[in-house]
Ligand binder design. Structure first.
Ligand SMILES: Nc1ncnc2c1ncn2[C@@H]1O[C@H](COP(=O)(O)OP(=O)(O)OP(=O)(O)O)[C@@H](O)[C@H]1O
Ligand SMILES: O=P(O)(O)OC[C@H]1O[C@H](OP(=O)(O)OP(=O)(O)O)[C@H](O)[C@@H]1O
Length: 215
């Protein structure tokens, strides 16, 4: 039997993803060693390999077939726009993609003014403003602490993830528009879906049962 290779997003989603995989019977004890610098883990008996990668890179590994399966936030899937099958919503890491800013910026949005939008997600922001709202904006790509941008005058609004809303609140910003809900998804390489169809289908069914039991 061929190995089934998983690419998981490291960071926030990793621990819970591993717990869910464990519930469907896939385990990698070695991964639990916090001091390990090893990048890929193999379970010879179960014929699986698991590696953790930077979230943005997970769709790339899956599209090219370096991983058969990936687990990553929907934000990353939308931003990367890779060719893959999104097969299951794992319900982890629930949050929302929003346009946010100071209250006063609402008027600029409503009047379709040429505003500056700072974001870690330029493709999602472009799709939202250009295709859905037909509003011309200037997109400014940042890599973190996005909420700073309207405070220091880099942009009028931001497009970013909102979970509890505390970061916005503590910085005097508000959600101005909601773009879409987000959560972690399992994605599958298009060729693997055909070549390992039975095994992947069995995994999806087992995951559905675990998620139903957990809910
Ligand atoms: N409060 C939150 N902030 C950011 N991401 C969240 C939050 N809640 C859930 N998520 C989900 O968790 C995923 C991973 O978040 P994480 O912060 O670990 O990665 P990242 O933002 O890509 O990492 P980095 O800070 O290295 O750029 C996000 O892509 C998103 O789907
Ligand atoms: O609604 P909240 O619960 O406050 O969560 C949202 C915040 O968390 C994320 O930032 P992250 O912690 O990933 O740091 P970053 O700004 O460096 O990306 C996101 O970009 C928001 O800033």
């Amino acid at each position: 039997m061929r190995y089934l290779t998983f690419a998981l997003a490291k960071g926030r989603l990793a621990k819970k993803t591993l717990e869910i995989l464990e519930q469907v019977g896939y385990t990698c004890e070695e991964m639990k060693d916090p001091d390990s610098r090893k990048l890929i883990f193999v379970n010879e008996e179960q014929k699986i390999k698991i590696f953790l990668a930077k979230a943005n890179d997970v769709p790339t590994y899956v599209e090219y077939g370096a991983a058969d399966i990936g687990v990553v936030g929907r934000d990353t899937i939308l931003e990367e726009g890779r060719k893959l099958y999104e097969v299951i919503d794992l319900g982890l890491g629930k949050c929302r993609m929003c346009v946010a800013g100071p209250k006063e910026a609402m008027e600029l949005l409503q009047h379709g003014e040429l505003i500056r939008v700072a974001t870690k997600y330029p493709n999602i922001a472009k799709d939202y403003f250009y295709n859905k709202k037909h509003q011309t904006v200037e997109i400014i790509k940042l890599n973190g602490s996005i909420e700073l941008a309207p405070i220091v005058g880099l942009s009028e609004v931001i497009v970013d993830i909102v979970e509890t809303g505390s970061t916005l609140r503590e910085n005097g910003l508000d959600v101005l528009e909601e773009i879409c809900p987000l959560s972690a998804r399992m994605v599958v390489n298009q060729v693997s879906m055909k070549m390992q169809h039975e095994r992947i289908t069995r995994l999806i069914t087992a995951l559905r049962e675990v998620l139903a039991k957990n809910s």
